[in-house]
Design a protein around this ligand. Structure first.
Ligand code: FE2
Length: 315
């Protein structure tokens, strides 16, 4: 995996920056913070900036990892029982700032008005009432691999995850399309707009049922948009077989990483699918706890569904 281990010196430069930024903002949800984050990010160590820029520009791998940020387990407090944020400054604002600083080197963070109250930086924690559901907040059901927000043309280009704790070593799963040996004749079919992504029933403005391709871009190193769980099986056999072929090929290449506290994983949402293994949650404040952001490379693409040029929420 494309991985960068922060040196002691780099951590020594990052921590004062993170503390300074955190002290100037009440929350990473603040418009003022979001407007300033790409400026702050220019003060990160050059090696880290170069690493993320190479990941963005050259697409060397479907995921990349930044390790070595120190997380103080007692300072962050208990794993919350829900993603809804409480009043007052978060006990994890410094970790949220660091994840957002890194994310700002890839693009601009976005949120969806219909998802999690439009929050930009989200807590991925198991919720007791969602135990058996296939959601980010579920636990006992595997979160089957997918492209994030596959059904939306304004889906993010990257997902950023930062681990705060993971005591049961729950793997985050992924597969990079470049690692999959693809049969060119199947690729040809998967490049055609023959596949239906079902609209999200919880998103009332979304009513189109347009057909789309699963692969796009360069046939030799394609981009992928695939979420079999929310797609119809095509009636025409050729398309159905191609879809089943790709599901099998990805299943065979699915791998995982067990994130440790402080590790940030960036997933290229055009080059890799991702998921999560099932696990037995504790619901006692010590559960797995990740922070998540969604990053768009080009905010302008979604200008028709955002209120202002710098607004991050897609309506
Ligand atoms: Fe996801």
């Amino acid at each position: 995996m494309h991985r960068l281990e922060l040196t002691e010196r780099e951590v020594g430069a990052i921590l004062p920056l993170v503390k300074e930024v955190a002290s100037q903002h009440h929350s990473v949800e603040e418009a003022n913070f979001l407007d300033s984050i790409s400026t702050y990010a220019q003060e990160l160590p050059r090696r880290l900036r170069r690493f993320l820029n190479a990941f963005r520009l050259r697409e060397p791998s479907g995921v990349c990892m930044i390790a070595g940020y120190p997380v103080d387990d007692s300072k962050i407090g208990k794993t919350p029982g829900h993603w809804r944020k409480g009043a007052g400054t978060s006990s994890t604002i410094e970790e949220e700032v660091f994840l957002n600083l890194c994310g700002a080197l890839l693009g601009d963070a976005i949120a969806w008005s219909h998802q999690r109250d439009g929050l930009i930086c989200q807590d991925l924690v198991p919720i007791e009432g969602h135990r058996d559901e296939m959601l980010g907040s579920g636990s006992e059901r595997e979160l089957v691999w997918h492209t994030e927000d596959a059904r939306y043309p304004y889906r993010g280009d990257y997902i950023g995850l930062m681990c705060l704790r993971n005591p049961d070593a729950v793997p985050t799963t992924f597969a990079s399309i470049d690692e999959v040996q693809l049969d060119p004749s199947q690729v040809e079919v998967l490049f055609e707009p023959r596949f239906v992504f079902r609209p999200d029933p919880s998103h009332p403005t979304d009513s189109e049922w347009e057909k789309a391709s699963v692969l796009f871009g360069d046939p030799k190193s394609p981009y992928i948009c695939f979420d079999p769980y929310s797609m119809d099986r095509p009636e025409i056999e050729e398309a159905r077989l191609a879809m089943e072929y790709l599901i099998r090929a990805i299943d065979e290449n699915l791998t995982g990483v067990t994130l440790l506290p402080g590790e940030c994983l960036f997933i290229d949402n055009y080059k890799a699918v991702h998921g999560r293994s099932s696990f037995k949650a504790r619901f006692d404040g010590t559960d797995r706890w990740l922070k998540r952001i969604n990053i768009a490379r080009d905010l302008r693409k979604s200008r028709d569904v955002r209120k202002a040029p710098a607004s991050r929420v897609i309506l």
